[in-house]
Structure formats: structure tokens, C-alpha cells
Ligand binder design. Structure first.
Ligand SMILES: *[C@@H]1O[C@H](CO)[C@@H](O)[C@H](O)[C@H]1NC(C)=O
Ligand SMILES: *[C@@H]1O[C@H](CO)[C@@H](O)[C@H](O)[C@H]1NC(C)=O
Length: 258
């Protein structure tokens, strides 16, 4: 972009001279504003949109009170790595914005990562489209069996989506998450009272989010003979305080049963 500047300034030169000529003053200003708008668009385009737009999306979500546990996962990743150590080898993330979680996991280097995005992805960036084309992130309805073999992943991380499932579907989905994982499932879910998706988004999610209390979840796990991994929970808490990570969501660590 630097290289292009000389020609633009040369073209601009005429305009700057024109500033001394009151007649063409307006048209000069018009030129300059057009040039500035062009430059800004070029900068946005050159930055690939992903970082810029991704960042903006987060800001929007926060401002509109559209609360999401998925947004917490990037900062939870170092904590999870610390708690699970080398056993966290290949991870499947299930939840909205899966592309961003998968990218973050992949950027850690030592972790292989895949994603299931449960909702249609229409307004995603090029980077996400590439992940979908490579099959790293799949768009799949989690009410149906997941398209993976048993124990395909060491760990499954699921965020937000369970809050939108009725107990009937949760009965099917949670065992599916256990089936495809070998060493554990980590659930990020909202607390009762936390605000979720705007009305405009409800059609996308199908039903409003229902936040369940910690005791509801514990009962749910017990009823389905799913065990919380106490040692992992403890290690996660220790790591969280080490990294000053204070999750606003509930985090559960389950053992994969086989
Ligand atoms: C879910 O499964 C549990 C235990 O397997 C059962 O008691 C319960 O009725 C099921 N709920 C629904 C809505 O299917
Ligand atoms: C519980 O998590 C720890 C990692 O913190 C792991 O080493 C252990 O195998 C897990 N236990 C079960 C039963 O999944």
C-alpha cells in the first residue's frame, strides 16, 4: 500500500494546489474525502476482515448483552492445557463460533482441533470458510449422531449449545459427545439469569436458551450415569487461579464412559 501512495499524492497534488483557488475548493475537499474513504476501505480489505470484523463482533455481543460462553473459551484454553496436560491431544469443539475456537486451539501448536458448528454459517470470514472446506469445521445438527467414529478425540469441549436443547435431545446429544471422546468432556454453560441471544437470533437457535442451575446439571449427570472428573475439576480450578481466569460460565468436567 505504501507503494501506491506516490501516485495518489501526485494526483492529489493538483487538488492541494486547487485549495488556493477558491473556485475548486469544494471539489478538492471532495477529492480528499473520497481518497480517505478509499484508503480506509483498502485498509479494512487488506487486514482480511477476519481480525477486524471478529473483534467487532465480540464488542457487539458484549454491548448488546448477548452473553456467550464460547467467547470465554479462548482465554480458557491455556487453563485447560495446564489442567489436562499432554492428554489434551486432539480436541473437538462443539458450539457456535467454532471456527474461532478451532483457530485458537490450532494456534497453540501442540493441539489438533476440529469443530462442529451447530448453526448455519452464512456471514463468516474467508478463514472460517477455508476451515469448513477442509472439513476441519463441520456444520452439523447436534440433535443427530455426530459424523465421527467412537473415541475420535481425546477431549470434547462444548459451549452454549446444550442450553438450547430440551432434555429429550440432551439425552441423545450428551452420550454422543461421550462416544466420540476418549478422555473427557468439558461443558461450558450459562448460569441461570444470564442473558442470551437476542430475539432476532431465536429463529436460528430454534428455542430460547434455558439456563440450568449447577444442581440441575449434577442431577442430570447422575441420572445418566455420567461422572464428573473431580481431579480434572480441581486441577482446572487451580490452573484458573494461576492464570487469573474467572469464568462467568459454569464449567463441568466429565469422564468419557466406555
Ligand atoms: C432422559 O433419560 C433419562 C434417564 O435415561 C430418563 O429418565 C428421562 O425420562 C429422559 N428424558 C426424556 C425427556 O426423554
Ligand atoms: C480425569 O482427568 C485427569 C486429568 O486432569 C485425567 O488424567 C484422568 O484420566 C481423568 N479421569 C477419568 C476417569 O476420566
Amino acid at each position: 500500500m505504501r507503494k501506491r501512495q506516490p501516485s495518489s499524492t501526485r494526483r492529489g497534488d493538483g487538488c492541494f494546489w486547487g485549495l488556493f483557488n477558491s473556485k475548486s475548493k469544494t471539489s478538492s475537499l471532495l477529492y480528499i474525502s473520497l481518497f480517505l474513504v478509499g484508503a480506509i476501505l483498502l485498509i479494512i480489505y487488506a487486514s482480511g476482515g477476519s481480525g477486524l470484523l471478529g473483534g467487532r463482533k465480540n464488542v457487539f455481543s458484549r454491548i448488546e448483552g448477548d452473553f456467550s460462553c464460547t467467547l470465554e473459551i479462548p482465554s480458557a484454553i491455556p487453563v485447560l492445557k495446564d489442567a489436562y496436560g499432554g492428554s489434551m491431544k486432539n480436541v473437538l469443539h462443539v458450539g457456535p463460533e467454532s471456527c474461532s475456537v478451532v483457530s485458537k486451539l490450532l494456534s497453540e501448536g501442540e493441539i489438533e482441533a476440529w469443530g462442529v458448528e451447530p448453526y448455519d454459517i452464512d456471514d463468516v470470514d474467508r478463514h472460517c470458510k477455508a476451515l469448513v472446506q477442509k472439513g476441519i469445521v463441520r456444520v452439523a445438527d447436534i440433535k443427530f449422531p455426530l459424523p465421527y467414529r467412537a473415541k475420535s478425540f481425546s477431549h470434547v469441549i462444548v459451549s452454549d449449545v446444550l442450553d438450547y436443547l430440551s432434555p429429550k435431545y440432551m439425552n441423545k446429544t450428551l452420550p454422543e459427545l461421550a462416544r466420540v471422546s476418549a478422555d473427557g468432556i468439558i461443558i461450558f454453560t450459562g448460569h441461570p439469569g444470564q442473558q442470551r441471544a437476542k430475539i432476532a437470533q431465536l429463529s436460528k437457535f430454534g428455542r430460547p436458551a434455558k439456563m440450568r442451575s449447577s444442581s440441575w446439571w449434577k442431577q442430570f449427570f447422575t441420572d445418566r450415569s455420567m461422572e464428573e472428573n473431580e481431579s480434572a475439576s480441581k486441577k482446572f480450578e487451580q490452573a484458573a487461579s494461576k492464570f487469573s481466569f474467572k469464568p462467568t460460565c459454569q464449567v463441568f468436567h466429565l469422564s468419557s464412559f466406555h
